[in-house]
Design a protein around this ligand. Structure first.
Ligand code: NIG
Ligand code: FE
Length: 392
């Protein structure tokens, strides 16, 4: 096992306030030594010890690898026509998910695997070194198992989302479908998942149904997450806090009471700017959440319906422009915030003991992620101490 010296870093974002300035723990002229998949040394470039290999950052900025805590990468087909119709004025509704469910059920496992792997690779090239992947386009016991097997081939952060929508064969019988999800489907899927999630919103599952699924999932040993308050005000955020879910995701329509509940909880508010972008919805205020003491994460929500992007730099730029986050807050939210949303302490920062996951930016400062929107700024990606992407 060889060590890697990453030196001549013009600006290092550690996300550890004890290592540098401000909440991002910023250091100038820094270096990192990585060994056995971990950070083993952080300090001034001039003082860096030798290592087996060297990556010269040549004055570039280095940040922790992005932690994308919310994706739906396992699916077949796309919904480009639905997107075009929306951009021509049609509203977004939960029902579009059924189109992808039909395509996913009809797809071979080989095709599902290669599609999901291509998206995970795309995310890695954009700097995502930790990724959560949900099921939710199978919606039968066998198809949810199949989707989680595919997800598990990509990441340990797998999420069972059998309660995404009520599938067509259960139309008008949503309680029966809820019982299936909380019973037989959960039993089959729990061994393959770390998390369970429910889409608690209009056109999907109500609070009682969501509570049924999430409570059963907790008994089965899964951590909890909730798709909450995306399509309108509703009970999702309150339920997430009540059940100590790791994250309430979307948070597009929040009451003052929702914000207060989140501020007094360990539940992260995960904002998904790609979803408001692609559904032409109004952006929620991240500023309001941060000012209330809520921990905020940014994630891609990559899926073929409401947010077909894997790109966290894009999400950072939109969150800064449209959600009131400062560039510092947005970078933190896409790295340390994502780690909090996954209840992980080993990723999202670059301090001794943390995972050796880092992104070298073709830019002098992390600010450029928002300042230069749409420009591919990822120079190289290090994951587990190995250089896995080299664009420079
Ligand atoms: O997070 N909100 C529910 N699920 C996805 C949308 C999935 C789809 O439209 O296919 C989301 O936006
Ligand atoms: Fe989602």
């Amino acid at each position: 096992m060889t060590s890697l010296l990453l030196d001549r870093i013009g600006q290092l974002v550690t996300n550890d306030p004890s290592l540098g300035d401000g909440p991002l723990g910023l250091r100038r002229d820094a270096a990192l030594v990585l060994h056995a998949g971990r950070v083993v040394w952080v300090g001034a470039s001039a003082d860096a010890p030798a290592a087996d290999r060297r990556l010269d950052a040549e004055g570039r900025c280095v940040i922790p690898g992005f932690v994308d805590s919310h994706t739906h990468l396992v699916f077949a087909g796309d919904r480009a026509a639905e997107f075009a119709a929306r951009m021509a004025g049609r509203p977004y509704a939960a029902g579009g998910i059924a189109t992808t469910v039909a395509a996913t059920r009809a797809a071979s496992s080989v095709d599902l695997r290669s599609g999901a792997a291509a998206l995970a690779e795309e995310a890695l090239r954009a700097g995502t070194t930790t990724i959560e992947v949900k099921s939710g386009y199978g919606l039968t016991v066998a198809d949810e198992v199949r989707c989680l097997e595919v997800a598990g081939g990509l990441t340990g952060e797998t999420t069972f989302l059998g309660a995404h929508v009520v599938p067509p064969e259960y139309a008008g019988r949503s309680d029966d479908y809820t019982a299936l999800v909380a019973g037989e489907m959960l039993s089959a899927c729990a061994p393959l998942a770390r998390w369970a999630d429910v889409f608690c919103d209009r056109g999907a599952f109500d609070a009682d149904q969501a509570r049924t699924v999430l409570s059963a999932a907790r008994v089965a040993g899964l951590g909890l997450r909730v798709h909450a308050n995306q399509l309108g005000p509703g009970p999702g955020v309150a339920l997430a806090v009540e059940l100590d879910a790791a994250s309430a995701d979307h948070c597009t329509h929040l009451s003052d009471a929702d914000v207060d509940l989140l501020g007094d909880s360990d539940t992260v508010a995960t904002l998904l700017p790609g979803a408001e972008f692609a559904t032409r919805a109004a952006y929620p205020s991240g500023r309001r959440l941060l000012d209330a003491g809520v921990t905020v994460a940014l994630a891609s929500d990559c899926n073929p319906g409401s947010s077909y992007t894997t790109n966290l730099p894009f999400c950072i730029a939109v969150a800064v422009r449209e959600m009131g986050l400062t560039p510092d807050e947005a970078v933190w939210a896409a790295t340390a915030g994502g780690a909090r949303a996954l209840r992980r302490s080993d990723v999202g920062h670059l301090a001794v003991g943390g995972r050796a996951d880092a992104v070298v930016l073709d830019a002098p400062r992390h600010l450029h992620l928002a300042y230069r929107p749409g420009v591919p700024l990822v120079h190289s990606v290090v994951r587990g101490g190995d250089v896995v992407v080299a664009n420079g």
